[in-house]
Design a protein around this ligand. Structure first.
Ligand SMILES: C[S@@+](CC[C@H](N)C(=O)[O-])C[C@H]1O[C@@H](n2cnc3c(N)ncnc32)[C@H](O)[C@@H]1O
Length: 314
């Protein structure tokens, strides 16, 4: 099988927006963003980037964004969609760079290898590190928990800021063994993080088949038997209540989740949201307020907002 690759010469300011647009709206099989500055600084920055100068000689001044699609995908339509998105992002005052779009076809196998080359250990916190299945990692602290991961085609390598905000929220919330529902689990990364932080039982939901497969395989990769998966939209048809509801999904979808939360949250329960573009925050605040919830903590990374939420006092 071959893959269609769409390459865009653009700017780091639109990395997150293009990633979400490609994955959620255009159903890209995968995305990559190669920033010249990341590569140039990788030698001395303590991050998960590798540098091979040969790989970057053709990079644009700021960032190259790449999205991978099935070879049958409509190339012209995708170019049109990305062109439209770049124009829209520009109206928000964001730099979109040259905006030059080129396309090519590569063998599926090449994509897998290329992608693995740029995905490395994320030494996330005192308690958690994300370790790709094919990497070896020795934690500095014996009790740092490792999340072993092969995200496959599902969202959730741990590199995305929204995933990291949700993980920070989980670390803060998990002060004793608790039950958790991870809504929109993708690769299962947050469900696994919850298990590693000491959750007792975890339910992971998603609407996509790829996510169901990836989450199950990743739970097994981590020898976890306390993660169940359920293919459903948000919390529809989900039984029971949980101590923690965590969801890293776009704001428009979180708005549908908010009215479902009360029925699935235990007394004293906590909710963690991520995936909210800061421009969408007022809508989320209003919906939370109208549904009896309050925000206890707001976290921010770039344009992305994460929230820790509880019920308003009775
Ligand atoms: C941004 S990804 C988050 C993946 C992972 N939890 C993470 O934090 O990296 C959002 C996920 O939500 C899923 N999703 C989108 N709409 C959904 C819905 N209505 N119900 C359940 N899952 C949904 C997508 O398939 C995708 O896997």
């Amino acid at each position: 099988m071959k893959l269609l690759v769409i390459k865009i010469e653009t700017s780091h300011e639109v990395e997150d927006a293009l990633t979400v647009f490609a994955q959620d709206n255009l159903k890209a099989l995968g995305t990559e963003a190669r920033k010249r500055s990341d590569f140039e600084q990788a030698g001395w920055l303590h991050d998960s980037t590798v540098v091979e100068m040969d790989d970057i000689k053709d990079l644009p001044e700021d960032m190259q964004f790449m999205a991978y699609f099935d070879e049958e995908a409509d190339r012209e339509q995708l170019i049109k969609e990305f062109t439209g998105k770049l124009t829209e992002l520009k109206t928000y005052g964001l730099a979109t760079g040259a905006g030059k779009i080129t396309t090519s076809y590569i063998a599926d196998q090449d994509w897998n290898t290329a992608w693995q080359k740029y995905y490395h250990v994320i030494d996330f916190s005192r308690h958690l590190a994300i370790v790709p299945e094919w990497e070896d990692y020795q934690p500095a602290f014996k009790d740092q928990q490792l999340i072993k991961l092969d995200p496959g085609l599902a969202f959730g390598t741990g590199n995305h800021k929204t995933t990291q905000l949700a993980m920070m929220g989980l670390e803060r919330a998990m002060v004793k063994p608790m039950t958790v529902v991870d809504v929109g689990t993708g690769s299962g990364i947050l469900a696994i993080a919850a298990a590693k932080l000491g959750a007792t039982d975890i339910l992971a939901t998603d609407i996509s088949d790829e996510s169901m497969t990836a989450a199950q395989q990743n739970a097994a990769l981590n020898d976890l038997t306390n993660i169940r998966v359920q293919k459903t939209s948000l919390l529809a048809n989900v039984d029971g209540k949980f101590d923690i509801i965590v969801a890293n999904i776009l704001a428009e979808i979180l708005l549908d989740l908010i009215p479902q939360m009360d029925a699935h949250l235990n007394d004293g329960g906590q909710i963690i949201f991520s995936g909210i573009d800061y421009l969408q925050l007022p809508k989320i605040e209003k919906a939370l307020d109208e549904n009896g919830f309050k925000i206890d903590l707001t976290m921010k990374q770039g344009r992305w907002i994460g929230l820790a939420i509880t019920r308003k006092e009775a």
